[in-house]
Ligand binder design. Structure first.
Ligand code: AMP
Length: 480
């Protein structure tokens, strides 16, 4: 939303090394897990590419080695980091579900017009950042840059609003924007979010904001909540204000940074998002939307604040907070967090009472937010269940025990206890080393003696203590 405006495609490139191709496909991958940072990943292993995308095999020359780096601005999420990702997503969806938000999955790509009509061609996202392509049937499709418009399309298309209002939906998944990659800003990134569709009540604005705030806190992010109202498109409200703002910007045109001048006609509200010091200075004295709200929007905004105060959600009023997307009305908010450098927005949202109509549907108000999962993880998301769920590693002594080891692991898994074992014919010493690598707490050791006695030797890999456990008691012994 209020993310820093992005210059058009940069030709600037990070120096990159060729992958080592001598030892098979895995050899160019770093052995140490590292934090998910697609800009790093590309810098570490991608050879230079003329188009800045991360490189592709040269069609003119002999077939070269396959490019092992993902495209620029994208990244692989590897274990153990991937456990954290999964936990953060699960925590979000579970947390949203407690407030009645049911999961929805929509396609990764949509008809381009869903975004052109639903987000608006004047927006930064639609105008400059979308991955749009024609399929073999000549249809224009776009990788989704956001999910509010697709969710509204799905609601209208399936008449969900005729069943029960408000329609409350939650999502998690990848989004795609061709931005200039940097820490916290990628071309494929993940969002979790909710949408509440069909209610004009200020109470639902407060519910949505509280749900986002609580999730961020549970995820260990200390968010700052910025709040504003941007009114609605009516001559007595935002439309009238935009006229005043445009007049002010035209009068101060020469003092604005050159990149912001085109915004006067395209999307004057976005001049508040400028990172250019000259423009920021001009905007300090600009007329503010909150001084020009109509009575209904003012009352709505006052009620949202009163609900938030009652819910103990602290917020800071920010009259300069605007949303980059055209369909937003009234409540606009943003969550920021420390430690993220310039990309400090962890999420944002607002009301979009005009969206359903711009997609050709009836009037259907709505409010929601999207939170950036990549930034939540960068800002230090921690959780208890973020490591491998393998609790036990079954060690087979001698070939006769291999069959029994797999049977024991399968039995434990069926009982809900994570179990792993060796598949590389390792020695007992090798298996014990692998057990330590598996992340499991226990080694369940089985050899001829144990098979004969219908038991196992159980070793606590932390303390080194060993005990004999009857096979039919193993499951109970390992249950946490
Ligand atoms: P928006 O959909 O623009 O309102 O963005 C909502 C949140 O998604 C932002 O606050 C970021 O946390 C995250 N986000 C947006 N764009 C990107 C990006 N290119 N890379 C990583 N996260 C992003």
């Amino acid at each position: 939303m209020n993310d820093q405006p992005v210059p058009a495609e940069s030709t600037e490139r990070v120096p990159r090394k060729r992958p080592d191709q001598t030892g098979g496909p895995g050899s160019s991958q770093p052995t140490e897990p590292r934090p998910h940072d697609p800009t790093d990943a590309a810098a570490a292993i991608a050879p230079p590419a003329e188009d800045g995308t991360g490189g592709a095999p040269n069609p003119a020359g002999p077939p070269g080695p396959t490019e092992l780096a993902p495209p620029r601005g994208t990244g692989d999420v590897l274990p153990p980091e991937s456990w954290r990702w999964q936990a953060a997503t699960r925590l979000a969806m579970d947390s949203f579900a407690t407030a009645g938000y049911a999961p929805i999955e929509t396609p990764i790509f949509e008809h381009t017009e869903v975004f052109e009509r639903g987000v608006g061609v004047g927006s930064e996202v639609v105008g400059k950042e979308m991955y749009t392509f024609s399929d073999r049937g000549g249809r224009s499709l776009t990788l989704r840059p956001e999910l509010t418009a697709p969710v509204m399309r799905a609601v209208l298309g399936h008449n969900l609003h005729r069943a029960r209002l408000p329609v409350k939906l939650a999502y998690a998944g990848p989004m795609f924007r061709q931005e200039r990659p940097q820490k916290g800003r990628y071309r494929q990134f993940s969002q979790v979010g909710i949408e509440a569709i069909g209610s004009m009540s200020p109470a639902i604005d407060a519910e949505v904001i509280e749900v986002g705030d609580r999730y961020l806190r549970d995820a260990g992010v200390e968010p700052t909540l910025l709040l504003n109202s941007i009114g609605h498109l009516d001559p007595g409200c935002r439309t009238g204000y935009l006229k005043l703002l445009t007049e002010y910007l035209v009068a101060n045109r020469s003092a604005l940074a050159p990149v912001d001048i085109e915004r006067i006609s395209l999307n004057p509200l976005r001049t508040f998002d400028s990172k250019e010091s000259r423009t920021i200075e001009v905007m300090r004295r600009a007329p503010m939307i909150t001084d020009h709200l109509c009575d209904d929007c003012r009352n709505h905004f006052d009620a949202v604040q009163s609900h938030l105060t009652k819910l103990d959600v602290s917020y800071t009023l920010d009259p300069h907070l605007v949303r980059g997307l055209d369909y937003y009305t009234r409540t606009a908010f943003e969550f920021t967090a420390g430690g993220l450098g310039s990309q400090n927005a962890v999420g944002g949202g607002g009301r979009y009472d005009g969206l359903a109509e711009s997609l050709g549907g009836q009037h259907l108000p709505g409010i929601g937010f999207a939170l950036g999962l990549d930034r939540i993880l960068l800002s230090g998301f921690q959780t208890k269940d973020q490591s491998s769920p393998v609790a036990a590693y079954v060690v087979a002594i001698g070939s006769a025990a291999v069959e029994q080891a797999l049977a024991i692991a399968t039995h434990l898994r069926a009982a809900g206890i994570g179990a792993d074992l060796d598949f590389l014919d390792r020695s007992v010493k090798g298996q014990m080393k692998d057990a330590a690598r598996s992340g499991g707490r226990w080694a369940v050791i089985v050899g001829d003696e144990e098979i004969a006695g219908n038991n196992v030797t159980l070793k606590d890999l932390g303390t080194g203590e060993q005990e004999t456990v009857a096979l039919d008691k193993l499951e109970d012994r390992l249950k946490p």
